[in-house]
Unconditional design. Structure first.
Length: 259
C-alpha cells in the first residue's frame, strides 16, 4: 500500500518567515496542536517527554490492535515491533497526555463497505472502553486513518464519541465553538523527514490572522510516515511557548478551553 495515494499535499510555502509578535494582542489568536498517529512507543514516549519539558500535554492517537499478536500491518512504515500497548498508553494518560482512538487496525475506512467499516470503528471504541483507564465516550476523539471517511461513518462515530478528525480542510481551522465536532489537520505528504515542511507551515500559520492548526505527524527520527526529528520538536515548542498570541494545546484542551 502506498500512503501517498491517500494523502493530499498541504504545503503553504517553501521558506521560513520572520515573525513580528508585536502585531498581536496578548489574547491568543493562534492555536496549535502537534498530534502523533499510530502508536510508536519510542517516539511517543520521547514526544511526551519533550512536551512535558515545556509544561505541555501531547496529543497521541493509537491503533487499538497494533500490540496484539494477530495484528497485521497495513503498510510497511508501521512496524509491529515498534508499536506500544495500553500499559504505555495508560501511563501517558496518567501523566496528563491525550491518548485517543486511531482505528482498530488502520484500514482506510472510507473505502470499505459501510457495515465492515462500522464494525471496525465499534471494535476500536469498545477496546478503548475496556482497556483505557478512565475512558469516557463523551470525551473521546476518533481520528480516521488517512483522514478517510464518509458522511455516514462520521454520523455513526459522532453518535458514540465527542468529536472526530477527518480530511477536507487540509489547512488551519477557525477557532472552535461549542458545536465543533469535526476536525481536520495538515499531514506531511511524503515519507521522509518533515522538519522543514512543518516549520514552513507553522510560520505561514503564525503570519495569518489566526485560527487552529493541527499539525499531524507520526513518529520521531526514523519511525513512521513522514517523521520529524526530536531536536526539531524541541526547538519549535521552545519557540512557540514564548509567543503570547499562541496557545499550544492538545485537541481536548482546545475544545475544553475555547469551544
Amino acid at each position: 500500500m502506498n500512503r501517498r495515494s491517500f494523502i493530499k499535499t498541504a504545503g503553504l510555502g517553501a521558506t521560513a518567515l520572520t515573525l513580528d509578535p508585536t502585531r498581536f494582542t496578548d489574547k491568543p489568536s493562534h492555536l496549535i496542536t502537534f498530534s502523533f498517529d499510530d502508536g510508536f512507543k519510542k517516539s511517543f514516549l520521547e514526544a511526551a517527554r519533550i512536551h512535558e519539558q515545556y509544561g505541555l500535554s501531547g496529543c497521541f492517537n493509537v491503533i487499538a490492535s497494533a500490540h496484539l499478536p494477530e495484528f497485521v500491518s497495513p503498510d510497511d512504515y508501521i512496524k509491529k515491533e515498534q508499536m506500544g500497548d495500553f500499559d504505555t498508553w495508560n501511563e501517558l494518560k496518567a501523566r496528563g497526555h491525550e491518548v485517543m482512538l486511531h482505528s482498530w487496525a488502520h484500514n482506510n475506512l472510507g473505502r470499505l463497505p459501510h457495515e465492515e467499516a462500522v464494525d471496525l470503528i465499534d471494535r476500536c471504541i469498545d477496546y478503548f472502553a475496556e482497556h483505557q483507564e478512565g475512558f469516557e465516550h463523551d470525551k473521546a476523539i476518533f481520528n480516521f486513518p488517512f483522514n478517510s471517511s464518509t458522511p455516514e461513518l462520521e454520523a455513526h462515530v459522532l453518535s458514540k464519541v465527542r468529536a472526530l478528525r477527518t480530511g477536507g480542510l487540509w489547512s488551519a481551522m477557525p477557532f472552535p465553538t461549542a458545536g465543533t465536532k469535526t476536525l481536520s489537520c495538515i499531514i506531511y505528504p511524503r515519507p521522509g523527514n518533515g522538519d522543514e515542511w512543518v516549520e514552513t507551515n507553522v510560520n505561514e500559520f503564525l503570519k495569518s490572522d489566526g485560527g487552529w492548526l493541527i499539525v499531524n505527524t507520526h513518529g520521531l527520527g526514523n519511525e513512521g510516515w513522514g517523521p520529524i526529528s526530536a531536536s526539531y520538536l524541541e526547538k519549535v515548542l521552545a519557540r512557540l511557548v514564548k509567543l503570547d498570541h499562541v496557545d499550544v494545546l492538545n485537541v481536548t484542551q482546545v475544545l475544553d478551553k475555547y469551544g
